[in-house]
Write a protein that binds this ligand. Sequence first.
Ligand SMILES: NC(=O)c1ccc[n+]([C@@H]2O[C@H](COP(=O)([O-])OP(=O)(O)OC[C@H]3O[C@@H](n4cnc5c(N)ncnc54)[C@H](OP(=O)(O)O)[C@@H]3O)[C@@H](O)[C@H]2O)c1
Length: 296
Amino acid sequence: MQQRRVVILGGSGQLGVELCREFERRNWAVQKFDRKSLDVTDANLVESVIAQADPQVVINSAAYNQVDIAETEPRAAYDANAFAVRNLAMACRQVDARLVHYSTDYVFDGTKGSPYVETDRPHPLGAYGVSKFAGELYAQAYLDNPLVLRTSGVFGPAGFFTPRGNFVELMLRLAKGNAPIRVVQDYVASPSYAPAMAERTADLVEKGIGGLFHLGGGEPISWYKYAELIFDLAGLSPALTPTDAREYRTAARRPQYSALSNSKLEQAGIKPMPPLREAIKDYLEAREHITAHRSS
Ligand SMILES: NC(=O)c1ccc[n+]([C@@H]2O[C@H](COP(=O)([O-])OP(=O)(O)OC[C@H]3O[C@@H](n4cnc5c(N)ncnc54)[C@H](OP(=O)(O)O)[C@@H]3O)[C@@H](O)[C@H]2O)c1
């Protein structure tokens, strides 16, 4: 049987690294591109690369994720998160490839107060959320059945190397200093483990499932409780105190409660995401392995 071909964009990001690993493990021929080898905002290049690769599946895990900076450069966010998806969707249509695209819990305004489902009405609160929502619309406008996966608070071992890292890396870095660590207790998300996301994405692809799905961590938790759990599992006890959004102001408005319900995904026969505690443990083990490897 001929090997199935997948093109993975944003291949050096937290999720991209895991997607490459997972599809290779499943014996797909993986062509990985990072920003240097393929800037997704370059429509001509996107078209020619995809035409040449002629893949069955294109997975876009590239994104402009700087939520606060997007408020001062909304056009850059829109180029990478919206127009780039249009480029990709058009290129996929040329070669009949399926598009898998990731979106965010920030398409919601956070006022619901319980986990969001796919039929809830998006109402983004800032430039990043608007750009990601527009990306979803472009995928759905140009293709019959793209797979659009909304996620929340992604963390994966590759965050150890990426410039922006993730929340776990931020907490571990802060714990090394002596300053007290203040984390918001009135904001709730569903942190999502990148290796587990990659596995479920591959399951969806191999089952030929399309549509809009939530693929969050499956467990609503405040950022403060999440920090507590990280320190507990890492065996650290820094001075951690709760704060709230009134005290901790950011440039961008964020949804206060943005946890995602995975029930549609699970009803489609995809196994539940691992408990957050297990995912963080796994992350810390992978991280230990990376650091041991680095110093040897
Ligand atoms: N991280 C989160 O907390 C979070 C939350 C909700 C949804 N999501 C979504 O989940 C998906 C995966 O996120 P992630 O955590 O893996 O993000 P990540 O670690 O920041 O990776 C994103 C990758 O996209 C690359 N990229 C940015 N602009 C690009 C461009 N114009 N052309 C090509 N590549 C470009 C980045 O390269 P550079 O490093 O060179 O910029 C980076 O390697 C994204 O769709 C994201 O919006 C993430």
